[in-house]
Each structure stands twice: as C-alpha cells, then as structure tokens.
Ligand binder design. Sequence first.
Ligand code: PMP
Length: 408
Amino acid sequence: ASIFTAVPRAPPVAVFKLTADFREDGDARKVNLGVGAYRTDEGQPWVLPVVKKVEQMIANDNSLNHEYLPILGLPEFRANASRIALGDDSPAIKENRIGSVQSLGGTGALRIGAEFLRRWYNGNNNTATPVYISAPSWENHNSVFVDAGFKDIRTYHYWDAAKRGLDLQGLLDDMEKAPEFSIFILHACAHNPTGTDPTPDQWKQIAAVMKRRFLFPFFDSAYQGFASGSLDKDAWAVRYFVSEGFELFCAQSFSKNFGLYNERVGNLTVVGKDADNVQRVLSQMEKIVRTTWSNPPSQGARIVATTLTSPQLFAEWKDNVKTMADRVLLMRSELRSRLESLGTPGTWNHITEQIGMFSFTGLNPKQVEYMIKEKHIYLMASGRINMCGLTTKNLDYVAKSIHEAVTK
Ligand code: PMP
C-alpha cells in the first residue's frame, strides 16, 4: 500500500479551475471573465512595451550574471519599489526608518510578513493575535495567515450588498470592537473583489480608529496604478497612514502593473519608528526568507529596478499603466451603457463607480451558473468579473447574457 493512501484530495483553487474549464470549452462565443490578468482588446496577454525594451537591455548587458542575489533581494529593486509605494518625499524614507524584502510576488510578501508577525508581533509566537480580513476579500488572505500559524482569523464588514458599496459604519464598528493590537489586512487600492475603496476622508476615519485602538495595518497593494491610472493617487492611503506615524507593513505586487505575473516579483515594505527597530526586523526577515526560498529570482526585479531608476523608462511605464487603466475604464462605461439601454433590471452605476481590474456585478450564484453553463461566459461564483476580459467584440454578447441571466 502507498504511504500516501490517507492523503485527502484538496479542492482545486477556484480561479485556476475556472480557467481550465474555460480552456476546455469549445464554444466559439466563450469569454473568460475569471482570471485576474490584463488582456488587450484582442483578448490577448500584453507584454508592456517598456518591459520588452528593458528585457532587451538586460539580455545585452554583459555585466550581469546569474549569481545568487542577497537573501533580502536586489538592493536597487527594494529601495525603488518601496519608494513608489511611500512616495519620493516620504518622511519615513528621509528618516531612514523603512526596510524592504524582495519577495515572490505579492503573495510572497504577504506570507513573509505574516510569518514575521506570528513569530515576533505582540509577543513571541503569539498565534492568538486576531487577524482581520475584509468581507469579502481575495480568498488567499485567509489561507496565507492560517498557514503562517494564526489561529484567530476574523472578518471585518466591508461590502454592503444592498447598497453595492462600502459598509463604512460596519467597518469602523468592527475596528472599535477589535482587541488592541489586532492585525488588519487593508487593500491599498482597487479592492479585490469588490472594486470599492474608501475615499480619502473615509480612510482618515479608519486611520483615526486604528491609531486610537492600537491596530496594526498590513496593506496589500497589488494594483497600484490600476485603480485611477495614477501611481500617486493609488498609494494615497498607505502614504496617509505613514504620515500619521503608523508602523506598518505594505505588501506590493508587480504582477499586474508591470504584467510580470509569472516572474514573481513583489516587495514587502516595513515602516518602523526608527532605523534601529527596522534593522532588527530585517535581520529576522532574513532568517525567514532563508528557510522559505533562500533568495529571490532576479529577472523581474531587474526589470522593475531598471524601469524605476530611469526617468525616461519610468515615464514610459506610467504611460503603459495608464493604457491598461484606461481600457478598463472604457469597458466599464461600455458595459454599463449597454445594460442600461437593454433595460436590465437593477442599477448598474456600480459598474462605473467601482475601480481597478474587477467589478462585483451583484449576479448571484445561480445567475453565474447560467452565465457559465448556457453562455460560456466564465466568472467567479461571487459574481466578480475581470473587466479586462471584456473587449469591443464581446461586449454586446456579455451584456445581453447578463440581461438574460437577470431576467430569465
Ligand atoms: N493581493 C491581492 C488582493 C491580489 O488580487 C493578488 C493577485 N491576485 C495578490 C495579492 C498576489 O499577487 P501575486 O500574483 O503578485 O502574488
């Protein structure tokens, strides 16, 4: 008998399963609104022109080699990644009280950060610290913190389904009631899956409660530039919290805004009270990375670092990001106007009010099933759609299908 006989089969990861189902579907009308990746109006993946250019520069640079990077990663990548999160004039950078860990994507940054917090935050190996995750959230948040050893994962109110918007009061109440020193995972911008962010004024209210109640902000910034098209606007919340004197973590992903999904390039920024605290934290981060991936891969980090350190390439990148953000905005207004002119029951202003890659349509699981089974349009059971899956060619079909799903 096999020693693996007792291993239970784990359920597939929903979003990857959806993509596999989509690939197998032979219907010519099929549309994939599931996976969280940018697509062109031809429905194709997009290698950003600036990335292609920098890749060629790297290939031609004979000074580069494939030696190991330092455990914490490529120094110029780490510093510049943190700089675009915190801003050029960040007080924390000027005061030399930030540190960075190059990670395998945003997921790696979250995982290393979670592992550090379990080991060292609020008492050594304190697995009882409550970790609060928005309801709903990217489903991996929960699993990452569970796997890091946290035992008390909770949700905080976020989405008001009736209003199709932010439940600010519910969120603030949950923060008021949370035990001091609880950890809160906050989406820096373009909340996944709801596409709904607090306004600056609402963020100020959130920060005020968190400060008074000694709650720890762990920002997840996976879509900087994707929400508004502006890197600075999309980093507003993180920068505001830093300006308010918080110590915090910020997990960055360059998967979406650089289109470097499979290069696994991310960064964990630590903001502390002073340089000495941050250096001790980084020394522990180094130990965690050493047993996790030992040292990170270089290609994605080189691409990002080269781009961020050249004013000309940086400008090109911002332009590429804006191209993606603008296409999403166009698809939002096109979908909304089609649903409104079809007279689809319900209100559809949320489609254009939501921001970032996703829209939370409000379709219920039965309607989603109808979309998949009858229309070959693949979307998450939550009703989340990736706006980048829409193109000028499939908009009419998708809108008509949503209309039928709602009215049938
Ligand atoms: N956080 C959120 C909210 C995300 O949506 C994603 C990507 N789907 C990530 C983190 C992780 O991104 P990465 O692929 O860089 O690990």
